[in-house]
Design a binder for this molecule. Structure first.
Ligand code: NAD
Length: 380
């Protein structure tokens, strides 16, 4: 089958990591007989330089007309570019907000996976890591405290600030459904996180998730207060499969979850809406300090393509293959500089992509399916 992918390389290391992600997707396409048709569009600083705006209407329309969007990263070094002397709505990062809004993406998923080979990078004790952990934080992205009305005014002679936290049952229901759908593709457990002992919005959140759960009898639903969840993520992360939560709690918990996995270069993410069309990107930024030096770790972007295969195209087996190939390359000891440790083999961005693509093309008997990678160091 053919899939239309809008590709946004962006700025900094964006073009380098996107090249490697495409290599891996092409290997998947070749091995499993899928056609991935790429249309590149500009976003961020490169778009500002060429068009004057961080995202043109035409670029957004291309994204809307595709089956999935793959993004590198946008932005630059504040001291080194003119982009940050522009008004906020014309700066590179405004492109991100515009595309998320334009595609109506209300659910953000960030996986927290500990690769056994990178246990050393995990700040948790060995007895807490146990057999490792593999969970996702699903965060509501367009409602709650960050989008509520807010004001500051004088009350009884004191400046007083107010922020409002609003959720309708429709907003809760649509993200809860998404969380249960994702859980069905994983270990079938949803832990809904709230502050129902204090907040009305959380009590509604809990009621609605319970109703949604009735349509998913094969998925276990539990509830946890957010303060307890913050502790549990560092006390026993292995207990979680899908953590479902509102915008601000998700903002904090997803950052906490990403820290327990180790390197920023390994963290994928997906943003989803009502339809299958999703936006897939690494959690890190454009890393201008290492751009153009073949030093960037492309694995976060490559793992984002695995999420694309799973959630936008329902190609679960192919997604497993990509994740398995990443694990295998790490097991063989190859590392980019950010995850390097003594005794391992240092490789650049391009070689890491080559190795993972080669691993995908390898068949079950350990042989490479085609001959073009004879330069690879561990070709059998
Ligand atoms: P950053 O994530 O770009 O970099 C933080 C540190 O991590 C740097 O030392 C960088 O070299 C390193 N790093 C990041 N990704 C890496 C990778 N794949 N491999 C190896 N090392 C990696 O964050 P920052 O420096 O705060 O931001 C730089 C620019 O990126 C800013 O303009 C910021 O606004 C932008 N940004 C964009 C996004 C996005 O596009 N979604 C997200 C965050 C930041």
């Amino acid at each position: 089958m053919d899939y239309r992918i809008t590709v946004i390389p962006g700025d900094g290391i964006g073009p380098e990591i996107i090249t490697e992600a495409r290599k891996v997707l092409d290997a998947v396409g070749k091995k499993y007989g899928h056609g991935f048709k790429y249309t590149e569009v500009l976003m961020g600083g490169v778009s500002i330089d060429k068009t004057g705006v961080p995202l043109t209407e035409e670029a957004l329309q291309t994204a809307k007309n595709s089956d999935a969007v793959l993004l590198g990263a946008v932005g630059g070094d504040v001291g080194q570019t003119n982009w940050y002397s522009l008004p906020p709505h014309l700066r590179p990062e405004a492109g991100l907000l515009a595309i998320r809004k334009g595609l109506n993406l209300f659910a953000n998923i960030r996986p927290a996976v500990l690769f056994d080979e990178l246990r050393g990078a995990c700040p948790l004790k060995d007895e807490i890591i146990g057999d490792g952990f593999d969970f996702v934080v699903m965060r509501e992205l367009t409602g709650g405290l960050y989008f509520g009305k807010r004001w500051t005014k004088e009350v009884d002679g004191l400046r007083t600030a107010t922020d409002t936290l609003v959720y309708s049952e429709a907003e809760i229901e649509r993200i809860a459904r998404r969380a249960f759908d994702i859980a069905r593709k994983r270990r079938k457990k949803v832990c809904s996180v709230d502050k129902a002992n204090v907040l009305d919005s959380s009590r509604l959140w809990r009621q609605v998730t319970k109703v949604v759960a009735k349509a998913y009898p094969d998925v276990e639903l539990t509830h946890m207060l957010v303060d307890n969840c913050a502790m549990q993520v560092v006390r026993d992360p292995g207990q979680f499969d899908v953590i479902l939560t509102e915008n601000m709690f998700g903002d904090i918990l997803s950052d906490e979850a990403s820290m327990v996995t180790g390197s920023i270069g390994m963290l994928a993410s997906a943003s989803l809406g009502e339809t299958k069309l999703g936006l897939y990107e690494p959690s890190h930024g454009s890393a201008p300090d290492i751009a153009g030096q073949n030093k960037a770790n492309p694995i976060a972007t490559i793992l984002s393509t695995a999420m694309m295969l799973r959630y936008s195209f329902d190609l679960d087996m192919e997604a497993d293959k990509v994740e398995g190939a990443v694990k295998e390359v790490l097991r063989k000891g190859f590392r980019t500089i950010d995850i390097m440790s003594p005794g391992k083999t240092l490789v650049g961005t391009d070689k890491m992509g080559d190795l993972i693509a080669l691993e995908i093309r390898r068949n079950e008997y350990g042989n490479d399916n085609d001959a073009e990678d004879s330069s690879c160091p561990h070709r059998t």
